[in-house]
Design a protein around this ligand. Sequence first.
Ligand code: PDD
Length: 279
Amino acid sequence: RTVYVNGNFLPEEEATVSVFDRGFLFADAIYEVTSVLDGKLIDFSGHMTRLHRSLDALGMAMPMKDADLLAIHRELVSRNALSEGLVYLQISRGAEDRDFAFPGPDVPPTVVLFTQEKQIIESALVKRGQKVITTDDLRWRRCDIKTVQLLWASIVKNEAKAKGADDAWMVRDGYVTEGSSNNAYIVTTDGTIVTRDISNDILAGITRTAVLKCAAEIGVTVEERAFTVAEAKAAREAFSTSATGFVTPVIAIDGEPVGDGKPGPVAARLREIYIEMSR
Ligand code: PDD
């Protein structure tokens, strides 16, 4: 694989980042994941808008123009002949002697990009549907910033796997926030889609915005509000969205089937429309 580090396209074996990098020492870095379908970047401008917001929130400067980042994304897709998968972008506050205080503006950020192949269209998880567990959301209170501080998300994902499930829906004060790396949705018995409203408690998914637009287009009512675990378990259908998962049905919560325990029609329809729209 060819990867990108600080101005250079290199074979992955030759790419290095300093041990003093603040991304490594402090999780002082932000990231974006853009999916690739038929060699085409999906929703790139949305990801750039959110990247700007994450950088602003942490007082970090944009290391280059959006157009330059786009060119690097495209170059990596091309060099790696990537047809389906993702491009990962990470920007850290750079490398300097370990110090809790931020380094001065003369320290350049570390910019890393790489590609990863992933089956998006023919996903086994989409066909089968995911089983999720519910667990405490113990993340910090700025989940709206896409930082690489992903330890709790990683812990709950592993907790889910250990219990024979696929993912975890995190819960704060009795209400579902989101999945380990995706936004969470239910479809109520009257056919309304419910997903948590945007706040510091969740990441504003780029796929979320697109899928809610698709829902509006097909005339499905959407309520952006928090929902409880009990509500989710009583729902007709449930699903999640993310750049790499698109729309993925949820068929069980804490071992209890959602609806008839099979992937639901609303998720399937939204997935279809979103793929159509992206192609
Ligand atoms: N995760 N919520 C969380 C906590 C996420 O990490 C993600 C994305 C989402 C969905 O956002 P989007 O639709 O923009 O991908 C919601 C990426 C895919 C990841 O960490 O790999």
